[in-house]
Design a protein around this ligand. Structure first.
Ligand SMILES: O[C@H]1[C@H](O)[C@@H](O)[C@H](O)[C@@H](O)[C@H]1O
Length: 645
């Protein structure tokens, strides 16, 4: 039987073997190792016997087995529910991505200074950080469904306020409302999907949420491109369009169910059973239902129900370890610089010789597209490679790409063209720009740009001039102050970069970065966080880790320009490469493999000391697959005979 087909098999005996492994560990700890191993051997021997007997009835039984699990295919309903909730991810991506294009138009129409531009961008991310943290309490108290409804309500209201805004204060209000929606959605959606998905599809379905995030970012960049041609009110469409998916999600969720796991926790067992069987089609749900229920009862006995959840999480070693792993993953995702790389993609592209501004906008959309397409690769890989290998591979590639990107900036800085002309400032204001003798200094000063000509590929007749206050695409005065005129005269204007023969290295680094980051480091922190906490700690665990993601998002993006000023661009990217290196050590040591495990089994992965996962890598290839046929267990595939001891 092919591996692909067997992936769809009910995990009855696989979970039995996991439980046996767990039981063995416990019994060994109690000093009863010998008898436990004997007990387990006899169990496995019994299974092998049953498989031998089954083999006797040969092909007929195998055919029955195939028929059974073909019928057991996951019902479409799970996909519908996942896609509707992932619209929350789409809105997260859209609303964080669209603002850069909207700002270009807004700053002209509403005369926004740098502080207001900064406020409109970071207020959303800041509000998201706060509401992700608060979302934990809401999720625990009211359930996942009301939280998703609340998020889509906030997205709709925010989009309405933004589209109708008449002044910058209203815009700020709208951006805060949207940010509150993003925070709640970012922590609720992965948890909800993980709780309704069957174990063998969970990774893939939760990763679809990140696919929707990057899809939203890509769509936003296309909308930015299209409406940038509309000088008046273009930003209203850009910011208001997100109301469409938000309304669709709101009405969709009025008809979609609550998470069965949350319902069982709250004692609403009949409703939970009904929803679970709806989600599993014609598959038997008794085993899953019992295992969720037993787990909740055991958790209550083990951890107790007194005190705030976060305190209980911190004092109970398995959840404390899970929290460290979850928050660490989210922190390293942001510290490896994804949002500055995306934000600076237009600059990096311009460095590599793209001179046309409109073309740069569309090429930035291409960057978002690469991020999106390679997240799709992650959706495909997550159930094949598993979370651990995918994250490790992705972060290794990301670190290498960052080194290439940084080297591109370093080489460009080293062969930085000289400033050869020093025209007098007609306004007689003493600008700092005219003091730089090399392009490198000029490009690091946010007020200046380089105006130059090209002789073959070398820069000639260059001058460092203040940038126009309304547009970074031209100089405030002099030869490069009128775009249409200077382009006709074969003059070029470089803002934020220096034209050098090595610029392509940075472009190569950018593309490699996205190819490696998008399938693993982009989605895995969200996916892993949705599955590593036991039910009682799931909302709080996800609230904390999403909060960490947003806080580091703000920190990294707000400090980028200052970091670049103190350390230069290449210094900043080398710094992110260093963080990625640290992240690799952390992930190698601390991230266990959760692929294919039931949510209820995952807690046992954190029973060992923190950061000892690297030592158990050799166990990963072990794989036994069984299915249940009409009450008896039929051994379907066993790729490693040594598993049967
Ligand atoms: O997983 C997502 C994704 O990778 C996005 O592209 C990025 O902007 C977000 O910050 C991140 O959380």
């Amino acid at each position: 039987m092919s591996r692909k087909a067997s992936d769809n098999v009910e995990y009855t005996l696989r979970s039995l073997s996991n439980l046996m492994g767990e039981k063995r560990r416990r019994q060994q700890a109690e000093g009863a190792a010998g008898s436990a191993a004997a007990g387990e051997r006899s169990l496995i021997a019994a299974e092998s016997c049953s498989s031998l007997n089954s083999a006797a009835s040969g092909a007929e039984l195998e055919r029955a087995a195939r028929r059974q699990f073909q019928q057991d295919e996951t019902p479409g309903f799970v996909y519908v529910v996942s896609v509707f909730s992932a619209l929350g991810g789409f809105l997260f991506g859209y609303d964080t991505g669209v603002v850069s294009g909207a700002l270009l138009l807004l700053k002209r129409e509403l005369n926004l200074d740098a502080l207001w531009q900064e406020l409109l961008v970071s207020s959303t991310v800041g509000a998201a950080a706060l509401s992700a943290l608060a979302g934990g309490v809401l999720n625990g108290l009211c359930g996942r469904r009301p939280c998703i409804l609340l998020a889509s309500g906030l997205f709709t209201a925010g989009a309405g306020v933004l589209a109708a805004a008449r002044d910058k204060e209203t815009l700020l209000g709208g951006r805060v409302v949207v940010g509150l929606g993003i925070g709640v959605a970012s922590m609720t959606v992965p948890v909800y999907i993980a709780e309704v998905a069957p174990p063998h599809l969970r990774g893939r379905l939760v990763t679809i949420n990140t696919l929707f995030i990057t899809g939203g970012q890509f769509f936003a960049s296309v909308v930015d491109g299209i409406f940038s041609y509309l000088a008046k009110d273009g930003w209203r469409y850009m910011l208001g369009l997100s109301a469409v998916p938000a309304v669709i999600q709101f009405f969709g969720f009025l008809f979609l169910p609550e998470s069965p796991r949350w319902l069982i926790q709250k004692g609403q067992t009949q409703r939970a059973r009904r929803i679970l069987s709806q989600m599993r089609g014609n598959q038997a749900i008794d085993e899953e239902y019992d295992s969720i229920k037993n787990n909740i009862e055991e958790e209550e006995k083990e951890v107790g129900a007194a005190g705030p959840v976060i305190c209980r999480m911190l004092t109970y070693p398995p959840t404390r370890r899970a929290l460290i792993v979850g928050c660490g993953l989210q922190m390293f995702q942001q510290l490896s610089g994804i949002n500055t790389v995306m934000y600076y993609s237009a600059t990096i592209l311009q460095m590599s010789g793209v001179q046309d501004d409109r073309l740069a906008i569309w090429l930035a959309a291409l960057t978002a597209f690469i991020n999106f397409i390679f997240t799709l690769v992650g959706v495909w890989l997550v159930e094949r490679m598993g979370r651990r290998k995918l994250t490790l591979g992705s972060l290794t590639g990301t670190a290498v790409a960052l080194i290439i990107l940084a080297s591109g900036f370093l080489l460009s800085a080293q062969v930085s063209p000289r400033v050869t002309l020093n025209p007098p400032d007609p306004s007689h204001q003493n600008s700092t720009c005219t003091k730089y003798s090399y392009c490198n200094g000029c490009m690091l000063d946010p007020d200046c740009g380089l105006c130059y000509k090209l002789n073959k590929s070398s820069v000639v007749e260059s001058s460092c001039i203040p940038v126009d206050k309304d547009s970074t695409m031209k100089a405030a005065w002099g030869r490069c102050s009128n775009e249409t005129v200077f382009k006709k005269e074969d003059l070029f204007w470089a803002y934020n970069f220096c034209p050098t023969p090595y610029s392509w290295t940075a472009l190569l680094g950018l593309i490699l970065y996205l190819i490696f980051f998008a399938p693993g480091m982009g989605p895995m922190p969200w996916t892993v966080n949705s599955e590593i906490y036991p039910l009682w700690a799931r909302s709080t665990g996800n609230a904390c880790s999403s909060g960490v993601n947003w806080v580091f998002n703000v920190l990294v993006s707000l400090t980028f320009l200052h970091t670049a000023e103190y350390l230069t661009y290449y210094g900043a990217f080398f710094l992110y490469a260093g963080f990625a290196g640290l992240g690799l050590v952390f992930i190698y040591g601390c991230l266990p493999e959760t692929k294919g495990k039931k949510l209820e089994e995952i807690e046992s992965l954190f029973e060992n000391r923190l950061c000892t996962c690297g030592m158990s890598d050799s166990d990963e290839g072990r794989y036994i697959e069984y299915i249940r046929v009409k009450g008896s267990n039929y051994h379907l595939s066993d790729n490693d005979a040594s598993d049967v001891e």
